[in-house]
Design a protein around this ligand. Structure first.
Ligand SMILES: Nc1ncnc2c1ncn2[C@@H]1O[C@H](COP(=O)(O)OP(=O)(O)OP(=O)(O)O)[C@@H](O)[C@H]1O
Ligand SMILES: [Mg+2]
Length: 224
């Protein structure tokens, strides 16, 4: 299959006063188009840092990130934001929903920055919420939803601009195991529909959902 994202010798280094912290140490990896890739590693191993590189949220200290053949390693924040808005849907462990907005308004929000007209965006958001089983919860605010429902709102939101790539950082981290299975099944269906899915987790039980597992330990890919 074709590669969609490639990391070449990617390093991420933070400086905390005198202390130099090398969080990613020469990562090489390829994400293939339409794959369901799981990035697996213990807490603190650099998974979120790595996912931020893969999903254009951050740029490396050293090395290259190639998205569909284009080197984006030196893109400005505005250029990265434009790529994200067009191509990538995000699901986070803490859901990151806006508390004062309803489920429907949360899902609509990303479309406003993409210039989608009002009627289209409302229909799209309603269809997506229905597709994750929340047709009766559209007007609830996050505080009036369960953890699993909140994560499903977040998934609906990640899809609203029709991204080709979905990235999820510990999407099952704050829900019980039964709800976690529901979330992973939704991501599996999205992958079957042709989207590239990348999930980061410390949970080895999630390996069964993916068709490719990349293991990370202490900032390095570890295939042992
Ligand atoms: N902005 C930052 N400044 C300094 N250090 C950072 C920063 N972001 C992350 N780190 C450090 O980098 C290491 C890896 O962090 P990261 O969040 O990528 O780990 P993780 O594998 O996602 O862990 P978890 O499973 O707990 O979410 C940690 O030791 C963390 O303290
Ligand atoms: Mg993390």
């Amino acid at each position: 299959m074709k590669k969609i994202i490639e990391l070449q010798n990617v390093w991420k280094t933070y400086f905390l006063g005198e202390i130099k912290l090398e969080v990613l140490k020469g990562i090489n990896l390829e994400i293939l188009k339409k794959d369901f890739t799981l990035i697996l590693g213990p807490s603190g191993s650099g998974k979120s840092t790595l996912l931020n590189m893969v999903s254009c949220l951050d740029i490396p200290s050293k090395g290259k990130i190639i998205l569909e053949g284009k080197d984006i390693s030196n893109f400005s924040e505005d250029q990265l934001a434009a790529v994200r808005g067009k191509k990538i849907g995000f699901v986070f462990q803490q859901f990151n929903l806006l508390t004062h907005l309803s489920a429907l308004e949360n899902v609509i929000l990303p479309t406003i920055f993409q210039g989608v007209d009002k009627e289209t965006r409302e229909k799209r958001a309603k269809d997506l919420l229905s597709s994750v089983g929340l047709e009766k919860r559209m007007h609830h605010r996050p505080a009036e939803l369960s953890g699993g429902e909140r994560q499903r709102v977040a998934i609906a939101r990640s899809l609203v601009n029709h991204p080709e790539i979905i990235v999820a950082d510990e999407p099952t981290g704050n829900v019980d195991s039964k709800t976690g299975k529901v979330i992973m099944d939704i991501l599996t269906d999205l992958n079957k529909e042709g989207r590239t899915v990348i999930v980061v987790t410390h949970d080895t039980d999630l390996q069964k959902f993916s068709n490719r597992v990349i293991k990370i330990k202490d900032g390095e890919i570890n295939d042992q």
